[in-house]
Design a protein around this ligand. Structure first.
Ligand code: HAM
Length: 418
């Protein structure tokens, strides 16, 4: 579980801001959900024999003896809320959420026990259009952020064809049981599809030769998937058809996708999701098709830092105000408020805590500010200010206090606000 320090939050805030803009711009409304739910909700939604439910949840009994869990993901809670709060009656909500999720996984680069997702869920739309819409939303986000993950796409078909496929896999892997590792032996009966996800190099040729899911999916699911691909082709989206992409949560049906990167080591999924048409009914709602995805903010932030750090807007102040002496301090406070109130809303830090001009100017430089404004007793008495550009934009000069805003904007390369 990480502390995210101020020097890191500038990237976080930028990524979150761009994501919010794109989601709201396509008609998605934010939903804020509890961090805890009844444990049973996650067991039913994600599946009893998934890694998350079997070994990764932070589960505790509250004072009433109810078993609660910190949310390991957002879809289950969102479906619960949609059912309980009547969001599904004659509506087709497009929802998004952001916040921390908790999984007791073995931590490594890109994998944490408290991590952050931005997620999206839609309800009531069964066509391939909304699947494609969500993939296009994510592509728009990567473009704005300047990162290039690769899209992997698959269709899982309906639960019925997954059952047939499951049986074929069990038969195949049982024949080769002596070659399976301990994890896969265990999954053979409980969740054989997950064997396909194994990263064990010794298993790769066995997995390669296993029955392929696309050979088992029904005609309607195939048509749906063709519809998704067609819309993506029209929009010029590149993708890899990956028949081994099965996802680690049980609720998926039909389209599943992951945006993958080779820049972050073993934790290569930046964003994952798909369709889960059966889940609402399974959790007690009326049958309602649904689709969604979630991106891992830690991984997206790491990718931005690796691939496009220059895009992150600077969070430094515009101005650092340096002053010495009682009347200079008062003049500095008055000037700072004027600059903040002005139409251009300059970002101003006033030095607090005393110190020599020299030490104050060192702090001004370290703050990243573009300009230092200096007020001593002489300037305070004369109603002037020393303007010192900090980023090599010319010489220090003394100007009347009322001219400061215009001069600072010129040094920032910004036009004065009308
Ligand atoms: P998920 O694949 O479990 O899907 O997680 C989504 C994303 O969260 C992953 O692609 C990854 O970027 C990030 N992530 C997952 N676990 C960790 C971790 N331990 N540390 C850092 N990042 C992590 C879901 O959670 C589904 N609810 C997505 C969804 C929404 N499907 C339909 N609607």
């Amino acid at each position: 579980m990480n502390d995210i320090l101020p020097e890191q939050t500038s990237v976080w805030q930028w990524v979150e801001g761009v994501a919010r803009e794109i989601l709201e711009g396509s008609g998605y409304g934010e939903i804020r959900l509890p961090l805890v739910e009844r444990t049973d909700l996650f067991c039913r939604a994600i599946g009893e024999v998934t890694d998350i439910v079997e070994k990764e949840m932070y589960t505790f009994d509250d004072r009433n003896g109810d078993s609660l869990s910190l949310r390991p993901e957002g879809t289950a809670g969102c479906v619960r809320a949609a059912i309980e709060r009547g969001l599904l009656h004659h509506q087709q909500p497009r929802l998004w959420y952001a916040g921390p999720m908790f999984r007791h996984e073995r931590p490594q680069k890109g994998r944490y026990r408290q991590f952050h997702q931005i997620g999206v869920e839609t309800f009531g739309m069964e066509g391939p259009d909304v699947d494609a819409e969500q993939i296009l939303l994510t592509r728009r986000l990567w473009r704005r952020l300047g990162i290039q993950p690769v899209l992997h796409l698959n269709s899982l078909g309906t639960p019925a064809c997954r059952q047939t496929y499951r049986a074929a896999l069990v038969a195949y892997f049982s024949e080769h049981a002596d070659q399976l590792d301990e994890d896969s032996q265990r999954r053979l009966q409980s969740n054989p599809l997950r064997i396909l996800d194994s990263k064990n190099p010794a298993l790769q040729s066995l997995i390669e030769a296993a029955p392929k899911l696309p050979d088992y999916i029904d005609a309607a699911s195939r048509e749906h998937f063709d519809g998704v691909c067609q819309l993506l082709d029209d929009a010029g989206v590149d993708y890899v058809l990956n028949p081994r992409l099965v996802r680690g949560l049980d609720y998926y049906s039909r389209t599943v996708f992951e945006w993958i990167t080779d820049q972050l080591g073993a934790q290569d999924a930046v964003c994952s999701g798909g369709r889960y048409d059966g889940l609402v009914e399974q959790l007690g709602g009326k049958p309602t098709p649904a689709t969604g995805f979630a991106l891992g903010l830690e991984r997206v932030v790491a990718l931005v830092e690796a691939q496009a750090p220059e895009r992150v807007p600077a969070m430094a102040p515009d101005v650092y105000l340096v002053h010495q002496g009682a009347s200079a301090q008062r003049a500095a406070f008055t000037l700072a408020e004027q600059l903040r109130d002005g139409a251009s809303a300059l970002k101003v830090v006033v030095h607090c805590g005393g110190g020599s001009f020299k030490s104050q100017l060192k702090r001004a430089d370290r703050s990243g500010a573009t300009v230092a404004l200096i007020i001593g007793e002489t300037e305070a008495a004369a109603g002037t200010v020393q303007v010192k550009p900090l980023r090599g934009q010319g010489e220090q000069q003394e100007l009347p206090a009322q001219d400061i805003s215009r001069e600072v904007l010129a040094l920032l390369g910004r036009a004065p606000a009308a």
